[in-house]
Design a protein around this ligand. Sequence first.
Ligand code: AHR
Length: 508
Amino acid sequence: MKAQVTAHPQFTRARIDDRLYGAFIEHLGRAVYGGIYEPGHPQANAAGFRTDVLELVREIGAPIVRYPGGNFVSAYNWEDGIGPVEQRPTRLDLAWHTRESNEVGIHEFADWCDAANIEMMLAVNLGSRGIDAARNFVEYVNHPGGSYWSDARIANGRAEPWDVKLWCLGNEMDGPWQIGHKTADEYGHLANETAKALRAFDPSLELVACGSSNAEMPTYPEWEAKVLDRCYEAVDYISLHIYFTNYADNLRDYLALSEKMDRYIGAIAGVIDYIRAKKRSRHRVAICFDEWNVWYHSTEQDKQVLEGSDWPFAPPLLEDVYNFEDALLIGCVLNTLIRRADRVKIACIAQLVNVIAPIMTETGGAVWRQTIFYPYLFAARYGRGMVLDLAVDVARYDTTDEAGVPLLDITGVHDPQTGAVTLFAINRSPDDALDLDVDLTGFRDAAIVSHQTLAHTDPKAANTATRPNEVAPRNGDGLVCDQGRLKGRLDALTYHCIRLETTTVSDR
Ligand code: AHR
């Protein structure tokens, strides 16, 4: 079966904002305690952070990390996490039915981010709290000194402000499960007023309003229209969330779910345009896809904690063990985000460590890369520059929900500074190899630098502590680039990251 692709440096869609490859760490399960932070672990540094985990986080090179939640933030008092650790209160976390020791708060997390070389994206609590707690938190984090909260930060050992630019105005406020859930009108008003207060402090902050928790919510997409109607000029982004499942165990349908994400982005882009036109506004609101991933493998086992009567500390929760088919879908999802980089400026894989995460740890033990680590790693590392508007001619198939899903999911990125071109390709077909033919004649001197592929005979194969490399990239063979044409075979159900050098550079 043939797959014909044309790429040209003149046909680009958008410059990718590097923050498209962000991540998320919530006070949830073993993400923080037993994940990034585990004093007493043989690999822990003096501050209690696991250096083995830090190494893998640095390997990915994610530019931003959203913190501290998620549902957790909607009943969180940020002040509980400052001051001497032994004096911090233990609280009941109402979102995940666990105990929160507050051993890690903003200072510790910021130190971890420094060590991980990652910027913070912080969320304020607009569930159980409101404008006042939000503006105090921003003052604590960002004001140099000479005010109550900035001086408190200095007294707590941090002289320099952290200068965090990106702030989420609450989390999933449309969800009835959310502590302090609101109607769209209530939330839109609160988001507008909170944004006003935060901008009075610093107009250059970048603010994210909550969109729908998912595209199945009964209030979607009216929620976005109403919320933006109330706060359009005051915010920079509207957030979207999506989680994928394969309960039906239907591989062809499962790998097509990224198409649903594509439609979701298209619909919300339309809502943004509608509100912008309605308001005769010149302001542009972009999409911040600040939670996305596969989440279903752990749902059954989590019921015990979530519905239990005790309040455990950092129990395993949402510990999905990802398999090879999940990695293929995540490759398609990342391709969707890249293709939509004209509207999606920020996105965060949810989450980063242990909780629905590419990185897994054993408390007191090993750390390893889950299958989904690899497509995320390759996109985060090499998906930087201009998105190429590829012309793709390949056979398509229909699923229960989608019509015309291409067997080949492919994106291309050109870095005009270096000339590098990277292609991310997934052959969705469980049965057929694809004969790839990419016309790169518009680029000068194209030559393959590396070809990494993920393949496995069993779609359910997973990496575990004892078999950490069951699904791992290997060097691909059989692709040749000659006279500007990249040709070769992509086996059934395979992922590919193909990096080429070219001499097509510009200062775009
Ligand atoms: O990422 C896990 C949870 O999913 C987050 O806390 C919440 O925002 C979403 O429902």
